[in-house]
Design a protein around this ligand. Structure first.
Ligand code: E4P
Length: 213
Protein backbone atom coordinates (compact mmCIF):
# COMPACT_ATOMS: atom_id res chain seq x y z
CA UNK A 1 0.00 0.00 0.00
CA UNK A 2 1.33 3.43 -0.92
CA UNK A 3 1.24 6.23 1.63
CA UNK A 4 0.07 9.76 0.83
CA UNK A 5 -0.20 12.62 3.29
CA UNK A 6 -3.54 14.42 3.54
CA UNK A 7 -2.31 17.96 4.08
CA UNK A 8 -1.74 21.36 2.46
CA UNK A 9 0.83 22.43 5.05
CA UNK A 10 4.28 22.72 3.47
CA UNK A 11 6.20 22.17 6.71
CA UNK A 12 4.22 19.01 7.53
CA UNK A 13 4.74 17.67 4.02
CA UNK A 14 8.45 18.53 4.07
CA UNK A 15 8.96 16.83 7.45
CA UNK A 16 7.20 13.62 6.43
CA UNK A 17 8.73 13.55 2.95
CA UNK A 18 12.23 13.60 4.48
CA UNK A 19 11.55 10.17 6.02
CA UNK A 20 11.50 8.57 2.58
CA UNK A 21 8.17 6.70 2.56
CA UNK A 22 5.87 9.35 1.12
CA UNK A 23 4.33 8.53 -2.27
CA UNK A 24 1.98 11.46 -2.83
CA UNK A 25 -0.22 14.19 -1.34
CA UNK A 26 -3.94 14.90 -1.20
CA UNK A 27 -5.38 18.30 -0.40
CA UNK A 28 -8.95 19.50 -0.18
CA UNK A 29 -10.59 22.95 0.05
CA UNK A 30 -10.75 22.80 3.87
CA UNK A 31 -7.07 21.88 4.19
CA UNK A 32 -6.00 24.65 1.78
CA UNK A 33 -8.27 27.21 3.51
CA UNK A 34 -6.62 26.33 6.84
CA UNK A 35 -3.31 27.58 5.38
CA UNK A 36 -4.84 30.89 4.18
CA UNK A 37 -2.34 31.07 1.29
CA UNK A 38 -2.58 31.40 -2.50
CA UNK A 39 -3.98 28.07 -3.72
CA UNK A 40 -1.89 27.65 -6.86
CA UNK A 41 1.27 28.66 -5.03
CA UNK A 42 0.63 25.97 -2.38
CA UNK A 43 0.11 23.31 -5.07
CA UNK A 44 3.27 24.47 -6.85
CA UNK A 45 5.33 24.20 -3.66
CA UNK A 46 3.97 20.72 -2.87
CA UNK A 47 4.81 19.55 -6.41
CA UNK A 48 8.36 20.83 -6.00
CA UNK A 49 8.72 18.87 -2.74
CA UNK A 50 7.10 15.51 -3.45
CA UNK A 51 7.63 13.38 -6.52
CA UNK A 52 4.25 11.67 -6.80
CA UNK A 53 0.58 12.34 -7.47
CA UNK A 54 -0.62 15.60 -5.88
CA UNK A 55 -4.41 15.91 -5.65
CA UNK A 56 -5.86 19.42 -5.92
CA UNK A 57 -9.63 19.88 -5.81
CA UNK A 58 -11.84 22.05 -7.98
CA UNK A 59 -14.04 24.52 -6.08
CA UNK A 60 -16.65 25.35 -8.71
CA UNK A 61 -19.83 23.29 -8.80
CA UNK A 62 -20.78 23.92 -12.43
CA UNK A 63 -19.35 22.19 -15.49
CA UNK A 64 -17.43 24.98 -17.22
CA UNK A 65 -16.06 26.35 -13.96
CA UNK A 66 -14.80 22.89 -12.95
CA UNK A 67 -13.22 22.30 -16.36
CA UNK A 68 -11.48 25.70 -16.35
CA UNK A 69 -10.13 25.23 -12.83
CA UNK A 70 -9.03 21.68 -13.63
CA UNK A 71 -7.08 22.80 -16.69
CA UNK A 72 -5.40 25.63 -14.73
CA UNK A 73 -4.44 23.30 -11.89
CA UNK A 74 -3.19 20.63 -14.31
CA UNK A 75 -0.89 23.21 -15.90
CA UNK A 76 0.97 23.71 -12.62
CA UNK A 77 2.77 20.35 -12.84
CA UNK A 78 2.36 16.99 -14.62
CA UNK A 79 1.91 15.27 -11.23
CA UNK A 80 -1.23 17.25 -10.39
CA UNK A 81 -4.36 15.08 -10.14
CA UNK A 82 -7.70 16.87 -10.21
CA UNK A 83 -10.00 16.06 -7.34
CA UNK A 84 -13.63 16.14 -8.40
CA UNK A 85 -16.64 15.40 -6.18
CA UNK A 86 -18.89 12.60 -7.44
CA UNK A 87 -21.99 14.46 -8.58
CA UNK A 88 -23.80 14.35 -11.92
CA UNK A 89 -21.67 17.22 -13.20
CA UNK A 90 -18.58 15.82 -11.47
CA UNK A 91 -18.87 12.52 -13.37
CA UNK A 92 -19.14 14.41 -16.65
CA UNK A 93 -16.04 16.41 -15.72
CA UNK A 94 -14.15 13.23 -14.77
CA UNK A 95 -15.03 11.70 -18.11
CA UNK A 96 -14.05 14.77 -20.15
CA UNK A 97 -10.79 15.26 -18.24
CA UNK A 98 -9.91 11.59 -18.79
CA UNK A 99 -10.47 12.06 -22.54
CA UNK A 100 -8.16 15.09 -22.38
CA UNK A 101 -5.49 12.98 -20.65
CA UNK A 102 -5.90 14.68 -17.25
CA UNK A 103 -5.98 12.36 -14.23
CA UNK A 104 -8.73 12.70 -11.65
CA UNK A 105 -9.36 11.63 -8.09
CA UNK A 106 -13.10 11.11 -7.55
CA UNK A 107 -13.70 12.44 -4.07
CA UNK A 108 -16.41 12.43 -1.40
CA UNK A 109 -17.25 8.81 -2.17
CA UNK A 110 -19.54 7.10 0.31
CA UNK A 111 -20.77 4.05 -1.61
CA UNK A 112 -19.36 1.33 -3.87
CA UNK A 113 -21.85 2.32 -6.56
CA UNK A 114 -20.44 5.85 -6.66
CA UNK A 115 -16.98 4.30 -7.04
CA UNK A 116 -18.14 2.05 -9.91
CA UNK A 117 -19.57 5.02 -11.82
CA UNK A 118 -16.45 7.13 -11.20
CA UNK A 119 -14.22 4.27 -12.37
CA UNK A 120 -16.36 3.74 -15.48
CA UNK A 121 -16.21 7.50 -16.18
CA UNK A 122 -12.41 7.25 -16.18
CA UNK A 123 -11.25 8.34 -12.71
CA UNK A 124 -7.65 7.38 -12.02
CA UNK A 125 -8.40 7.26 -8.27
CA UNK A 126 -11.48 6.93 -6.08
CA UNK A 127 -11.46 8.22 -2.51
CA UNK A 128 -13.87 6.59 -0.06
CA UNK A 129 -14.05 8.71 3.12
CA UNK A 130 -13.95 5.94 5.69
CA UNK A 131 -13.71 8.16 8.80
CA UNK A 132 -16.81 10.12 7.85
CA UNK A 133 -18.68 6.83 7.34
CA UNK A 134 -17.65 5.76 10.85
CA UNK A 135 -18.82 9.17 12.12
CA UNK A 136 -22.40 8.33 11.17
CA UNK A 137 -22.15 4.91 12.85
CA UNK A 138 -21.61 2.88 9.68
CA UNK A 139 -18.52 0.81 8.92
CA UNK A 140 -15.99 2.67 6.76
CA UNK A 141 -13.58 -0.26 6.53
CA UNK A 142 -16.39 -2.60 5.40
CA UNK A 143 -17.24 -0.14 2.63
CA UNK A 144 -13.57 0.09 1.62
CA UNK A 145 -13.26 -3.72 1.54
CA UNK A 146 -16.40 -4.09 -0.60
CA UNK A 147 -15.24 -1.39 -3.02
CA UNK A 148 -11.79 -2.97 -3.52
CA UNK A 149 -13.36 -6.39 -4.08
CA UNK A 150 -15.64 -4.99 -6.79
CA UNK A 151 -13.00 -2.90 -8.58
CA UNK A 152 -10.52 -5.81 -8.49
CA UNK A 153 -13.13 -8.21 -9.84
CA UNK A 154 -13.58 -6.13 -12.96
CA UNK A 155 -9.88 -5.27 -13.28
CA UNK A 156 -10.46 -1.53 -13.26
CA UNK A 157 -7.27 0.52 -13.62
CA UNK A 158 -8.74 2.88 -11.04
CA UNK A 159 -6.86 2.89 -7.73
CA UNK A 160 -8.53 3.17 -4.35
CA UNK A 161 -7.32 5.80 -1.89
CA UNK A 162 -8.52 5.14 1.66
CA UNK A 163 -9.34 8.69 2.78
CA UNK A 164 -10.65 10.42 5.89
CA UNK A 165 -8.27 8.34 7.99
CA UNK A 166 -8.78 9.12 11.68
CA UNK A 167 -6.36 6.83 13.56
CA UNK A 168 -3.56 4.27 13.04
CA UNK A 169 -5.97 1.27 13.02
CA UNK A 170 -7.61 2.74 9.91
CA UNK A 171 -4.23 2.53 8.14
CA UNK A 172 -3.71 -1.13 9.13
CA UNK A 173 -7.28 -1.95 8.11
CA UNK A 174 -6.83 -0.22 4.75
CA UNK A 175 -3.67 -2.26 4.12
CA UNK A 176 -5.44 -5.51 5.09
CA UNK A 177 -8.33 -4.65 2.79
CA UNK A 178 -5.85 -4.29 -0.10
CA UNK A 179 -6.25 -0.55 -0.58
CA UNK A 180 -3.77 0.70 -3.18
CA UNK A 181 -3.17 3.88 -1.20
CA UNK A 182 -4.00 5.43 2.17
CA UNK A 183 -3.93 9.19 2.53
CA UNK A 184 -3.01 9.88 6.12
CA UNK A 185 -3.09 13.14 8.12
CA UNK A 186 0.19 14.40 9.61
CA UNK A 187 -0.90 13.71 13.21
CA UNK A 188 -1.83 10.10 12.42
CA UNK A 189 1.51 9.50 10.67
CA UNK A 190 3.21 10.75 13.86
CA UNK A 191 1.04 8.43 15.99
CA UNK A 192 1.99 5.48 13.78
CA UNK A 193 5.72 6.10 14.10
CA UNK A 194 5.65 6.49 17.86
CA UNK A 195 5.42 3.40 20.05
CA UNK A 196 6.01 3.37 23.83
CA UNK A 197 8.00 0.12 23.57
CA UNK A 198 10.29 1.67 20.94
CA UNK A 199 10.92 4.64 23.26
CA UNK A 200 11.45 2.36 26.28
CA UNK A 201 13.76 0.13 24.23
CA UNK A 202 15.92 3.08 23.15
CA UNK A 203 16.11 4.33 26.75
CA UNK A 204 17.25 0.92 28.02
CA UNK A 205 19.84 0.52 25.25
CA UNK A 206 21.23 3.99 26.05
CA UNK A 207 21.36 3.35 29.81
CA UNK A 208 23.06 -0.04 29.37
CA UNK A 209 25.56 1.50 26.97
CA UNK A 210 26.40 4.40 29.31
CA UNK A 211 27.08 2.05 32.21
CA UNK A 212 29.99 0.48 30.33
CA UNK A 213 31.27 3.14 27.91
C1 E4P B 1 -9.30 13.00 1.10
O1 E4P B 1 -8.61 13.12 0.10
C2 E4P B 1 -9.73 14.10 1.97
O2 E4P B 1 -8.86 15.19 1.83
C3 E4P B 1 -9.70 13.75 3.43
O3 E4P B 1 -9.18 12.48 3.67
C4 E4P B 1 -10.93 14.13 4.17
O4 E4P B 1 -10.78 13.75 5.51
P1 E4P B 1 -11.65 14.33 6.71
O5 E4P B 1 -12.91 13.55 6.78
O6 E4P B 1 -10.80 14.12 7.92
O7 E4P B 1 -11.88 15.79 6.42
Amino acid sequence: MRIFIDSANIEEIREINAMGFLDGVTTNPSLVAKEGRDYHQVVKEICALVNGPISAEVISLEYQGMMNEARQLAEIHPNVVIKVPVTEIGLRVISDLAKAGIKTNATLIFSSNQAILAARAGAAYVSPFIGRIDDISYDGVALLTEMIEILDQYLFDTEVIAASIRHPRHVTAAARAGSHIATVPFAVIKQIIKHPLTDAGIEKFMNDWKQVY
